[in-house]
Write a protein of this length. Sequence first.
Length: 278
Amino acid sequence: MALIDRFPEMVEGQSGVPDCQVFAEGFSGTARAAILGASAIAGAAGGLAMAGAPDIRAAVWGVLGVSAIAGGVLSTWSPCGYSSISLLRPTGRGAKAVADWLPTFAMHGAGYALGALILGTALGGIGAILGFAGFGTAALVMLALVGLIYGAHQLDFLRVPYPQRRAQVPHDARVRFSKPVVGGLYGLALGLDYMTYVQTPLLYLITLAAVLTGNIPEAIALIALFNLGRYLPVAASALPVNDYQIQAWLARNQERAAMADGAILVALGAAFAVAALA
């Protein structure tokens, strides 16, 4: 089997490219059940701490903020995440190449920021129209249900709808525009979050939370934190590693990322359920 880690050295002097296959290690049903149980217990303990906090609203916001960033990072394990790392890279090596790449990185971030502004405004506006006004008991119950259901889905114990637009970022943009412009377009497409593949159902929980705020600035803040998590991994392109090495690492850890996603969702679901009932 050809390993993608060795791709550059293997193709040297060859007229063709060998097949590269990197399979992530799967998790047994027993392991997934253990992850589900441990996550639920940890989440329940966190829910008790949340309920006993001097300001439960601040505690809920803290949990959601950290989870949003984590969800964004985990969304790197997606076709678009792989694509961004492959295409939005410095041209060449060394400090000058990285310096020349920084405008692309900055434009990519600006695209994410604009996406958060658009999506957050829409979600906060919808919440306000529907009469939502923050994270009361009913809101916590809804968040708990989404967390537990989609956590079980991600851990492969349940199958539920997975709404997304099955589309990739526009690859042909790279031959029509400069790299900074491509970085901005990629950032905007990914920053709208539902314009391409959705690989982490944590996005659904953050989306619901943004609607439940019933407040446009707060909804924008939640989506911006999720997008920050999506944006930061692209900074790995500034490191002295090639995209094949980064993508090989991502491929080897694909299943671990899915399990981490499921564990976080179950823990959040259990935490919000306990906080709502306490």
